[in-house]
Ligand binder design. Sequence first.
Ligand SMILES: Nc1nc2c(ncn2[C@@H]2O[C@H](COP(=O)(O)OP(=O)(O)OP(=O)(O)O)[C@@H](O)[C@H]2O)c(=O)[nH]1
Ligand SMILES: [Mg+2]
Length: 311
Amino acid sequence: MSVVAGSGFFQRLRSGLQKTRQSLVGSLEAVFSRKRLDIDTLEKLEEALILADLGTRTVDRVLQEVNARVKHKTIEAGDGLRDGVIDILRDIMTEAMPAAETIGQPQPWVLMMVGVNGVGKTTTLGKLAHHFHQQGGKSLLVAADTFRAAAIEQAAIWGERAGVDVIKGQPGGDAAAVAFDAVQAACARHADRVLIDTAGRLHTKAPLMEELKKMQRVLGRALPDAPHDIWLVLDATTGQNGIAQVRQFHESLGLTGLVLTKLDGTSKGGIVINVAQEFQLPIRYIGVGEGVDDLRPFDVAEFTAALFDKA
Ligand SMILES: Nc1nc2c(ncn2[C@@H]2O[C@H](COP(=O)(O)OP(=O)(O)OP(=O)(O)O)[C@@H](O)[C@H]2O)c(=O)[nH]1
Ligand SMILES: [Mg+2]
């Protein structure tokens, strides 16, 4: 994807990331403006990266690579250091992204969206349904969050907004059965994509995680290889706690990707780089607002440009 600095989407991403830019990039620029690349400057660099919630392993890696470049004299203070740090951060994110693009394949493609309460699963699926609807093909939104009656209604509203059909369960019903029926209906209707919303649940509650595992198993009976993707939605404002969530869901379900939401409401957008470094799981989409157009496919070059480029 090319980065078009003047485009509406890019500007929305840029303004969504404003708080992170102010905290991360603001304090980094102070380091880059130092005349000498000495111990003191490196300490200030470490401080700036930690404050931006990059996590200790990511910070260690950046510092190690900067130190190696200092040793080999391939990096200098000022713009040299700036370009070097941006390069390293870009590399960390790129390593986590898969080479081949498989989103939306095969037909029907079945996606389970999981995550703890209130992170933005239903909203993200609504935005995604809209995004896919615009791309063409037939999508189904599946309200398999039978935990709360309001959740089913919320999915129905998003389905209407996005112009896609919604398959609903009954409040208190068997979520896995709803998902099973939806995949069968998708096959019968020749739908291209099945987007399954699940209940928000505390990742520490084992029975609830068991319910998600059951859905995963049951989907495989409705269609071999389904679900093709299981994405965890992470609220970027949660900072380091998000790392524990990824670990738990990944161990239980075998995640295939991540979505980071609410990047517009936080100065801790550095978590994007942190989770990429920790898990090597592709970040598929990022949410930068509550509107239907506030979801972006994650693109390393675009994200880096939105954070670091001087407009
Ligand atoms: N600012 C902002 N708000 C968001 C974003 N994504 C979701 N939200 C808001 O977060 C709140 C929770 O979103 P939901 O989609 O209901 O979250 P959920 O994970 O489905 O919640 P449960 O079903 O209760 O677990 C809503 O008010 C959304 O509008 C985002 O990218 N930016
Ligand atoms: Mg929900």
